[in-house]
Design a protein around this ligand. Structure first.
Ligand code: GAL
Length: 822
């Protein structure tokens, strides 16, 4: 029993965000209206007819895809607009001696917050986390907070942003002397030294002597190091108390063993603890080396990373921990060890999950600086807000062991001296970003204003965090690029331009290098464009339009954008070039918006290794065969074609000498990969029956895979990603159309109607098609190449959940899941 409560305590300790103990989720019983009136900020505004909901919430994901939506297909063709949120609340243990704050993890965008009718401020950047001090404006009963969210000036993003209070909100109560917002900075190195800065906020009008007691707690709940020291904290100021602790033989944080510790900082006035603040951290050391790339804890390794946008597919931008963990876990199984938060501050939950699952993070601030990429983007606010937004990002995130580098921007137009993107559509801007620029637009001998701006941004970061390198995702590989010329980037990072990589040691002597972005291959799960050994560029050149009536791309690794390269080609360079620290592939998951190479009705990306619904595309297994030691044998495509049709069969494998293919038991030959090859291929004639691939090592069969020609669609097969979940959790259920023998019907596109009984509701549906115009919030979905996904959100009551799926001419699908309490 004791063990159980220790475990529970530990689970709680390691899941709470780094915060004062009085920080409470403030997400229930909000009211929402997609409308605008200044009166909506007033305390007694009549809001009884408003929709009641629980945050996080994204109103755009609930809408229809329309060519007329001003976000355009780059923004996902979903609605924008102005929405208001209101919440009535009491503070039961209200005390005049306490301080009250409201913390927002992120509101997209231009949020203005009012408490009891008083305007607290506006925060333009939709990805920043922020706090308001509401002490002066709240009372015990009858408080109202109102939030106006203005995402009406569109387009303002090159991808789907979401709309609303799409991240968590907290109500924070503290004493009048407390640890400041994001008030700890913990640096822990491989040798066990821990530097701790605790910022003490004294809101009283008298100086106080405050003792800071820092305790380090290991994963068993044991205090393994403790120290105290006193600081004189002046009235109305924030004072930093610094301590140095040490831990013997700490368990290091790494991508394979992400060991975490907890710092408990207590503030004592005399003997009384007046505040307690917990911070998760990890011990690790790393370096980027110009010759040998990346080292973690003394071990040379490749950063095998992906870029991801923040949306969670059919859930939109509204964050949910289970969806974030699923997104990362599927990548982890592939062998991926790093995430680039492209191109904006992530949700805190993402970094928590990266800490605990073992991902290296490139934490990125902006997609644009002063010069805009879309008509109404953050560039409008940059001059006024960049310092604050960048500061907040670094101060919020600098305790995460997963965060290994900061990026001060992605493909900012300030790389060149003048680049007027002001009049471009998002599509044109996107293309121009990837075009080559005239050398005369690059800096001369003097440091340009843009190089100075680069220095300014890097200095802000370095001042707040001297422990991590600064980089930027550039798309101008010349050393005359204003960002490189500034000398302020610790790591040279550029996107694509694989032909220039060999010149890096010459162009940037002594500087480490990473491919901040790579690949941009174009794939639709389940669609195979043959002949597969031809490389298709789409569009052929960046300035040409591209059309194809299918609106699909190819699931063989044989299609990519004109500025990019195939997965295999890129990986071969990364793998065989020691000075390349690694890469961040564009992208791990498909995302809503930016449907290159198509335009509407395409409305989500083709770049992902995993589709929007979470189904891996075939290339996933190439990475798994290279990045993990798990046994991999993946033969594709399916085996349902027209008799006599010529079909290319590819196979990814590892841990074997060769592979042999059989069509209806007739050998089609033995193949093995040559150096620099990552798949083998057979070109065969289709005949119904089966294809079987056999992998052998030292002459012995080590693995086999058989694909049968599927018969007529017979029934719906459900597979849930878990058999039970806790209250308010998500369950992801795969729905597949299969024949009577349970073979996937690869061409099936039946409409499936879902019915949920018991303790869950439908949170979203999807099938990974980039052109589906079906709503993400619905009780039905068409299968796409045989599959679709339904996401269930469990209620707050324990009990059973029964999901049924019905489709014309098919037998029902059925599955039972348990909803349990924590
Ligand atoms: C890059 C850009 C990404 C995305 C990608 C598509 O240039 O940084 O945000 O647009 O191109 O290939």
């Amino acid at each position: 029993m004791k063990n159980k409560s220790v475990l529970l305590l530990l689970a709680l300790l390691f899941t709470v965000k780094a915060s004062a103990v009085e920080s409470k989720l403030f997400v229930d019983n909000w009211l929402f209206k997609l409308a605008d009136s200044t009166n909506m900020s007033l305390p007694n505004y009549k809001d009884s007819s408003w929709r009641k909901l629980t945050l996080p919430h994204d109103w755009a994901i609930e809408g229809d895809f329309l060519v007329t939506n001003p976000s355009g297909e780059s923004g996902g063709a979903l609605p924008g607009g102005i929405g208001w949120y209101r919440k009535h609340f009491d503070i039961n243990d209200y005390s005049k001696a306490k301080r009250y704050y409201i913390d927002f993890d992120g509101v997209y965008m231009n949020s203005t917050v009012y408490v009891n009718g008083i305007e607290l401020g506006t925060r333009p950047y939709g990805y920043s986390s922020f706090r308001y001090d509401i002490t002066k404006y709240v009372r015990k009963n009858g408080n109202v907070v109102a939030v106006k969210v203005d995402n009406s000036d569109q387009p303002n993003s090159r991808w789907y942003s979401g709309c609303g209070i799409y991240r968590n909100v907290y109500l924070v109560e503290t004493g009048n002397i407390h640890v400041a917002h994001w008030g700890t900075f913990v640096t822990a190195s491989q040798n066990g030294n821990v530097n701790i800065d605790v910022s003490i906020d004294n809101t009283c009008n008298a100086s106080e002597k405050i003792t800071v007691r820092n305790s380090i707690v290991d994963s068993h709940g044991r205090i393994i190091s403790v120290a105290s020291s006193a600081s004189l904290v002046k009235a109305d100021t924030v004072t930093v108390n610094m301590q140095r602790l040490s831990v013997n033989n700490p368990s290091l944080w790494s991508v394979d063993s992400p060991n975490m510790y907890l710092l408990r900082a207590e503030l004592l006035r005399g003997k009384k603890v007046v505040d307690t603040y917990t911070t998760k951290f990890g011990f690790r050391s790393f370096k980027f080396d110009a010759a040998s790339g990346f080292w973690l804890n003394g071990k040379n390794m490749k950063i095998n990373g992906v870029c991801n946008h923040h949306d969670l597919g059919c859930l939109g931008a509204a964050i949910h921990k289970d969806a974030i963990i699923r997104k990362l876990s599927i990548l982890k199984d592939m062998g991926c060890n790093a995430i680039r938060c492209s191109h904006n501050p992530p949700a805190p939950e993402l970094l928590d999950a990266c800490d605990s699952l073992g991902f290296i993070v490139m934490d990125e601030s902006f997609d644009m600086w002063h010069q805009k990429k879309t008509k109404n983007d953050y560039a409008r606010f940059f001059d006024k807000w960049f310092e604050r937004d960048l500061t907040d990002l670094v101060v919020r995130d600098r305790n995460h062991p997963s965060v290994i580098m900061w990026s001060i921007g992605n493909e900012v137009l300030e790389q060149w001296n003048s680049a007027s993107a002001d009049k471009l559509t998002p599509e044109q801007a996107n293309l121009i970003l990837n075009a080559s620029h005239d050398a005369s637009s690059l800096g001369g001998k003097e440091l340009s204003i843009n190089s100075k701006l680069t220095r300014r941004l890097a200095d802000i970061v370095k001042h707040l965090d001297p422990t991590r390198p600064v980089t930027s995702g550039c798309n101008e590989p010349s050393p005359d690029n204003n960002l490189f010329k500034s000398g302020a980037l610790d790591i040279i990072g550029y996107n694509y331009h694989i032909g220039n990589i060999k010149d890096v040691p010459h162009n940037f002597p002594g500087k480490p290098f990473i491919m901040t972005e790579s690949v941009s291959a174009l794939q639709t799960r389940g669609n195979y464009i043959m002949p597969s050994d031809t490389i298709y560029k789409a569009p052929k050149e960046w300035w040409l339009p591209y059309t194809d009536p299918s609106f699909m791309c190819s699931a063989y690794d044989n299609m990519h954008a004109s500025w990019s390269s195939t997965h295999e080609q890129t990986w071969d360079i990364v793998k065989n070039t020691p000075f390349v620290s690694g890469q961040f592939i564009w992208t791990g998951w498909d995302y809503i918006g930016e449907p290159t190479p198509y335009s509407f009705p395409a409305r989500s990306s083709y770049f992902g290794i995993i589709d929007l619904a979470g189904f891996p595309k075939d290339i996933y297994y190439m990475y798994q065969s290279e990045w993990t030691s798990k046994p991999v044998l993946h033969l594709f495509p399916h085996w349902n074609w027209i008799p006599g049709q010529t079909i290319d069969l590819w196979c990814y494998y590892n841990n074997a000498d060769d592979v042999e293919l059989f069509v209806n038991n007739v050998s089609q030959g033995v193949r093995h990969k040559l150096p620099h090859e990552y798949h083998v291929m057979w070109r065969v004639k289709f005949e119904p029956g089966e294809v079987r691939v056999v992998a052998r090592k030292n002459g012995n069969i080590v693995r086999e895979q058989t694909i049968h020609t599927a018969g007529a669609p017979d029934h719906i097969r459900f597979t849930a990603d878990r058999s039970s979940n806790t209250h308010g959790g998500l369950v992801f259920v795969k729905a597949e159309i299969v024949d009577k023998d349970d073979n996937l019907c690869p061409w099936a596109d039946n409409q499936i109607f879902f019915n949920v009984n018991g303790e869950a509701s439908i949170a979203g549906v999807d099938n990974g098609s980039q052109t589906s115009m079906e709503r993400f919030k619905a009780n039905n979905r068409k299968a796409f190449f045989g599959r679709c996904m339904i996401v269930l959100k469990t209620s707050d009551t324990s009990g059973e959940i029964e999901l049924t799926g019905k489709a014309v001419d098919l037998k029902d699908g059925y599955i039972k899941i348990n909803n349990i309490s924590y």
